[in-house]
Design a protein around this ligand. Structure first.
Ligand SMILES: [Zn+2]
Length: 253
């Protein structure tokens, strides 16, 4: 086993994105990746409550059975904009995340409520929630109060753009490792993303980061240049890294 590791996470898994995520998993499988962390949204934008999509639930069970990890990823994946938002906050929540930063400024109670609802939905569809170890906030935006709620709900870890937080002990422990992730909403963002992610990949390789994280979004597959850079990066990373889920990585540290 190679000593350095690679964690690939597939964001925004929901009945709405099932077809594209299936395609992503298949293409990853063809290059030898058989274990990923799947970030599941219980009720994407209030329209895709997973319990109302039995074929999605069956598919998700199959993925878990094949060794992929199920991770809770927000609840609605939507932040209700507030009229009191300061300009800087609006910039963060609307421009950077397109209004998806659901856990960006939740307090402890609000976060606990959504986390419990999320676990409840997974339980209701028959998911083994004793195997649910991770919570990752949409766009990695997680208020400090909300992070405490994540720990108190029994999750063992969460992640941010720049690293992983091990919640198994108090105080929590931060492992730095910035994720590769692409911003594809406009042509200039895609160009900048390709350059930035290549530099990040080179830097991580040169610095021999023990862990490389790669985050895929369904929308990445709409752009062949992004898709091929992702697969090419993963193929190169696999030369000296063992692919695993976040949960397995956590067990190894
Ligand atoms: Zn997301």
């Amino acid at each position: 086993m190679k000593s350095n590791t690679l964690v690939i996470s597939l964001h925004d898994v929901s009945p709405q994105t099932q077809a594209i995520v299936t395609q992503q998993l298949e293409e990853l499988r063809l290059i030898g990746i058989t274990r990923c962390s799947l970030l599941v949204i219980p009720d994407y934008h209030h329209h895709f409550l997973i319990s109302q999509f039995p074929s999605f639930v069956t598919w998700l069970e199959e993925q878990a059975h094949h060794g992929h990890e199920i991770v809770l990823h927000g609840y609605h994946h939507l932040r209700a904009p507030s009229t009191n938002d300061r300009a800087s906050k609006r910039l963060m929540t609307e421009f950077y995340t397109a209004g998806e930063g659901e856990f960006y400024d939740l307090d402890y109670e609000q976060a606990s409520r959504l986390l419990k609802m999320g676990k409840g939905v997974l339980q209701q569809v028959g998911c083994d929630t004793s195997q649910l170890f991770g919570f990752i906030a949409p766009a990695w935006l997680l208020a400090k109060e909300a992070e405490h709620a994540v720990a108190d709900e029994g999750f063992l870890y969460t992640t941010r753009l720049k690293g992983i937080i091990d919640l198994r002990k108090k105080p929590s422990r931060f492992f730095p490792s910035q994720s590769m992730v692409y911003s594809v909403r406009s042509a200039w963002r895609r160009i900048v993303s390709l350059i930035w992610n290549e530099l990040l990949f080179q830097y991580a390789t040169y610095q021999k980061w023990p862990l490389l994280r790669v985050s895929l979004h369904p929308v990445d597959w709409k752009y062949p240049a992004i898709q091929s850079h992702l697969l090419y990066s993963i193929k190169r990373a696999m030369k000296d890294r063992t692919p695993m889920t976040y949960e397995s990585w956590l067990r190894s540290v």
